[in-house]
Design a protein around this ligand. Structure first.
Ligand SMILES: [Zn+2]
Length: 149
């Protein structure tokens, strides 16, 4: 019996990347998909970019599903210098909401540094936090929800 030489495939790795094996069937589907012009508008021009995008979207979807299952979209993680860091499990991101003061009316406004407004869901959640209300009271500020025009 003759031993067959095993030829190992050449592995090309880029810094910060790794290789995985996928089936020929899935590879054929990816080849079809990346030829569509709609995919190019997302900045996806290679198989690697497609797989990276598809898996990232999948992971985001799973996390959003899990967050909705536990009905726990937000979590206040940290409070410092009139700023609260809120974890948004739907967006899988941290958001900073800061207390702003209106000197003329002595009112507190809450401002989301990521969404750049006073009325997003993170501001709404921040209004429910005792740390925020307590901090406003200590400064003698009235708390009122503000709606951006
Ligand atoms: Zn926000």
């Amino acid at each position: 019996m003759q031993l067959q030489e095993i030829v190992m495939p050449k592995v090309v790795t880029k810094k910060g990347h790794t290789s995985v094996a996928i089936s020929q069937y899935v590879l054929a589907q990816i080849d079809k998909e990346i030829k569509r012009p709609q995919i190019h508008t997302l900045g996806i021009n290679t198989k690697a970019a497609f797989v990276d995008h598809a898996v990232s979207e999948y992971l985001l979807k799973v996390r959003r599903y899990e967050a909705s299952f536990f009905e726990q979209r937000f979590e206040a993680r940290n409070f410092y210098n009139d700023t609260v860091v809120i974890r948004d499990y739907f967006e899988v991101m941290d958001y900073e909401v800061v207390i702003q003061e209106t000197p003329s009316t002595k009112e507190a406004l809450l401002y989301c540094r990521v969404d750049n407004n006073h009325s997003c869901v993170h501001v709404g959640y921040a209004f429910s936090l005792p740390d925020i209300l307590e901090s406003c009271q200590k400064k003698g500020l009235r708390v009122r929800k503000h709606l951006d025009e």
